[in-house]
Ligand binder design. Sequence first.
Ligand SMILES: [Zn+2]
Length: 367
Amino acid sequence: MTDIDATPEHDPTAPGSELDDTLVAPAPPSRRRLIRRPSFSIGDVDVAAGKSEIGEIPVSRLVTGNRISIPINVIHGRHEGPVVWLSAAVHGDEIGGVEIIRRALLGIDPKTLAGTIVAVPIVNVHGFLNGDRYLPDRRDLNRSFPGSPNGSLAARIANLFLTEIVNRCDVGIDLHTGSDHRTNLAQIRADLDDPRTRDLALAFGAPFMMHAKLRDGSMRAAATATGSTVLLFEGGEAWRFDREAIAVGVAGVRRVLARLGMIQDDDVPGGVDPAAVPAESRSSGWVRVRRSGIAGIDVELGQMVERGEIVATVRDSVGRRLSQTRANRTGMVIGLTRQPIVNQGDAIIHIAEILDVPATTTESDTE
Ligand SMILES: [Zn+2]
């Protein structure tokens, strides 16, 4: 496991860098060629240092008999550095991350990259084909980790992802969106009590971050157990590209790569320092409607609300007011439904209590 707090190994000017190591020191060109970084083999590709390749990891066969595989894009830097995976569409209908990965990788040059990026834009290929969150066996892939090679289809794919991708990586960013007609404010969910994770969450620079305990069966829990540092990004909604959430995701992925010393700071849109320190929360809850009907929602993502404030009104089809919905806590709106037709008890607005103390940047974040 690469120590992500360590000085970037490819920076020959940094104190403590491996000046003696000919892999990273500015050796004469002839010498550099002799000690080339080993290639990176994964799925059906063997990627030489300083190259990128598109390949696939075979999964199974579709009911039609066609082979099905997970597409991968591997950028194997010429210089030593961490191995990072980027994954999306673990829930097959959450397509926003596919676009985040595509844009985040634009212009990354394997000749200058320090480390290796394994991009997996569609983990749940079955779900993606059907526009479905789940696998054909109705299982949630993100509750099926670590899985097993002989279990259900979900368990097998989880196990494949863990052994082929996660086990070879130091850091992972798993990209999600809201589900069920709900949209999420662009946010990082991570174990903010872990200093390395917190450092990368701050580097990502989303407007909001939530301390999230590890959830049984999730990729994040399984990967953390293997020693990886994992950030989970949430933003936008299923089946749609949300321009704002995607922009935050692209910049965030780039900032993390820069923080890890893999790319240069000036390769980050908007720079490495996020304009504002993220709002931070450790507690949140949904507001539910008391009556069935048509809900008019009066708040936007990112808005601060006071406990007791009216946040939505439910009316019947001819416009009579049935109930008003009030915020059940003071905090920031981090998720809401895009589906105005509601049943009694439906959760429509997600409010996070914001910590009074702004998220402090760690010492190492100030460099
Ligand atoms: Zn998801």
